[in-house]
Design a binder for this molecule. Sequence first.
Ligand code: ADP
Length: 475
Amino acid sequence: MVVFLVTLTSLIVYSNILIASYDKNSYETRLSIIREYGVTIANNLSVLGVINKDTITDFESEIKYFSNMYDGRTLVIDKNLRVLFDTFGLEKDKTLISEDAIASLGGRESIYRNKIKNYVELILPINNQNDKSVIGMLVFSFSLKAPSSIGEKLSYTAVTILVIIAAIALIIAFIYAFGISKAINKLSLEIDKITDGNIDEISSVYGYTELENISLSFNKMLSKAKKLEGSRQEFVSNVSHELKTPMTSMKVLADALLSQPDASIEMYKEFMIDINNEIERENIIINDLLSLVKFEKKAESINIKTTDLNELLEQILKRLRPIAVKNHVELVFESFRAVSAEVDEVKLSSAISNLIENAIKYNKEDGWVRVSLNADHKFFFVKIVDSGIGIPAEFQDQIFERFYRVDKARSRGTGGTGLGLSITKSVVMMHHGEIRLYSKENDGTTFTIRIPLSYIPPKKYKDKKKGGGLKLVRL
Ligand code: ADP
């Protein structure tokens, strides 16, 4: 309807402008021809010096011819406003009193157009050639019917064209509206089917780019939702498995003790140590899980403070040095400048600790770990380089996933839960930062963290990024 009405309105406006401009043009052309001819007759009459019935007789046939040609009427009037000649013969010898005629006695030419009756009256004064005094006047009345009839024809043609174009517009608008509403209905039916769980993916709606894009985006969203659901299920089963393993070990140990009523106190002690280790491991897993859940709650729990990062890193390294010594790994800290930034000290400390701990854990005998801190005017950078076992390229994508461990036996042996890097990633993302990884199997690993020096509250950050999330970049 909108397309149809817009087309119709513009066509009506356009044809009216066209007809009006034709009318104006044809009126002006006709008036100028008649005026020119009238001026010639008036000039011829002015030669006579005086106008009366006798002097104009010679011009009567010419005036009649001219009047007929333009479907008009001509009156010749003397200076006393008496009609000397009328091509219709109706007003002869009468006195013409009209404002325009009197004005013409002063030598002025006048034009009057009657739009309703569709005629024009032109009064031309006739001057004495010598003293330029007015000796009479010519009054032409001519109809505008002739050009108007062309105008009417034009209007008729315009209306016909208008109706045809409007009909075409209506048909096109109808076909288009029908097509698009059919496509939208199809799309909404497909979406309904998904809601009912009948299909996995909606079929693309062809013919309309926007709808095609909507179905593509919908499918993308769907596959992301499926992936999320998959990872949620995997997470739940991983959690239960990880929590069950120490429990099973404890149960086995306890059963073994119970099945031996005469077990020695030494045996009890030994088994209790094992049980204690398993309890500790269970505790570590639960604590890691709790911090992950807490960190993933994002900004609500964040506690931002301006922190001296050199001091923070010194503290972390001091805490981890005994582990490094135990593993025969050299731990070096390199700071390029004094850096203070707006961060959550506790969370960032646990994120960096995880990376350094990993660098120590997954290292080689007599290896080294180098931690460096640097900053520019916007960000600070923490780089952790180790001489360790490295991460094969094919696993580098997954290591940030919860519970993912490259070498499960080794990781377990070193007390790993597979949650450390997920926690680190959450913390970095919470600070709107970036974490990068570069590693080669057997050739060490480098993790770099880049975090803005000034903390950006989540809302502002979203506005800045137009709603985008953070990217984890892997080199
Ligand atoms: P974990 O508790 O097992 O250390 P993480 O999430 O911290 O769990 O790490 C995931 C896995 O990534 C580890 O099990 C290990 O296989 C690998 N990894 C992490 N950091 C390093 C590193 N610096 N060198 C080699 N492998 C690493």
